[in-house]
Ligand binder design. Structure first.
Ligand code: ADP
Ligand code: MG
Length: 374
């Protein structure tokens, strides 16, 4: 693959115009790049911070070519882009991330098989194609287990926790609909993640270990630095993964920490990640900055510095409704609102980052502030 170094004023094309595309665009513009967004939603947040907006389906070949033609480099904000189309495009345009990584990671089965071949610690899993396969899952994995669709899931969508025979009908319905994987449902003590960026000069930088709390399978808060001593072990696992997967740009590896203090790799996101949003205020480079540097063919800094510990709280639809009259009172909250037209329960509408001198105290306060949100 030929890589290019962009100059300021060059156009960066982004497939996807959600909040991740928007924040990517804002970083790019800070450095003097222009931005073109492709998104099927005419109200998507990123178009308002873009120089060009192509309002078309992700699978619209003409539109993808239009994006490629006007851009010096093309990147994406989400991994569910059609890998086949991305491959065709990457033969014509400069797409440093390529298409193989997306193809591998957008399917939970090949993702898990790749992790297995990298010899990282993962949760026991099984492919399930038909309802008979559930018998094998009950026998080899046992209750409780979680069933996940192979494709297209996010924020816990396309997942069911199966605790006993009573839940099996639901699982059968899901399998009849789409191919799935089953994995052991673990008792979690905490979740953590590591965000990393690799440039075209083979340099990788790591953000600090992120401590994540999920509620209803959606990220609720991130605390940095994580109050668990797993950073070295997590980076070690990421390095093993990098020996099997080719990354350029930003990616995040999610981990589970079980009650017995063992670290398991959960999944990989080859794009900016919700648990990295704190980096906008709390680090000297944000995850969006490092991604743009990498895809633009610029050098990455040797190290990312955490300027201050931080808490990031997600603002779901119900949180914005409850708290919007509070925002103006709290300059220390660093409020981000993505600008989505429709506010829905459990939809990610924004986030708050608070730089902290006392994480435990601020965490408690945020828990109280967000209480009764559901
Ligand atoms: P996605 O983030 O793509 O929706 P994940 O596989 O990361 O899918 O699952 C979302 C959340 O559901 C996880 O962060 C975790 O809180 C919970 N979860 C997923 N798999 C398991 C598991 N095997 N055991 C316990 N909790 C799980
Ligand atoms: Mg996840």
């Amino acid at each position: 693959m030929t890589y290019y170094n962009l100059e300021s004023g060059d156009m960066i094309g982004i497939v996807g115009g959600g909040q991740l595309g928007k924040m990517m665009a804002q970083s790019a513009q800070k450095m003097g790049f222009k931005v073109a967004i492709l998104d099927p939603d005419e109200n998507c947040p990123a178009q308002f911070v873009a120089h060009e907006f192509i309002n078309a389906d992700y699978s619209n070949e003409k539109a993808l070519n239009q994006l490629g033609n006007i851009s010096k480099v093309v990147t994406y904000e989400f991994e569910n882009i059609d890998a086949q189309q991305l491959e065709t495009l990457s033969n014509k345009y400069n797409i440093p991330q390529g298409s193989e990584t997306v193809a591998l990671l957008q399917d939970r089965l090949t993702e898990k098989q790749t992790l297995e071949s990298a010899h990282v610690n993962i949760v026991p899993f099984l492919e399930v194609k038909q309802s008979q396969d559930l018998d094998e899952a009950i026998e080899t994995i046992g209750f409780p287990f979680i069933i996940k669709t192979r494709f297209g899931g996010y924020d816990g969508k396309g997942q069911l926790v199966i605790r006993s025979n009573d839940d099996l009908d639901e699982a059968r319905e899901l399998i009849a609909d789409t191919p799935c994987v089953v994995e052991k449902y673990l008792p979690l003590y905490k979740e953590v993640s590591i965000t990393a960026t690799r440039d075209i000069y083979d340099q990788t930088v790591y953000f600090p270990l992120q401590e994540n709390e999920h509620r209803d399978q959606i990220l609720y808060k991130t605390i940095v630095p994580a109050r668990l001593d797993f950073e070295e072990q997590a980076i070690n696992e990421v390095e093993k993964i990098m020996s099997k997967v080719h990354f350029i740009g930003i990616f995040t590896v999610e981990f589970f920490v079980t009650d017995d203090y063992k670290l398991f790799v959960n999944e990989i996101a080859p794009r900016p990640h919700n648990s990295g949003h704190y980096s906008i205020e709390a680090c000297d480079y944000s995850q969006f900055d490092t991604h743009i540097l990498a895809v633009a063919g610029w050098h990455l800094p040797e190290k990312i510095n955490l300027l201050q510990p931080a808490i990031m709280m997600n603002l779901l639809g119900q949180d914005v409704s409850n708290l919007k009259h509070e925002f103006y009172k709290h300059p220390d909250w660093h409020v981000h609102i993505y600008g989505k037209k429709i506010n829905k329960v459990n939809r990610k509408m924004g986030h708050i980052t608070k730089l902290s001198t006392d994480l435990d105290k601020d965490e408690q306060q945020f828990n109280q502030t967000f209480e009764g949100r559901n």
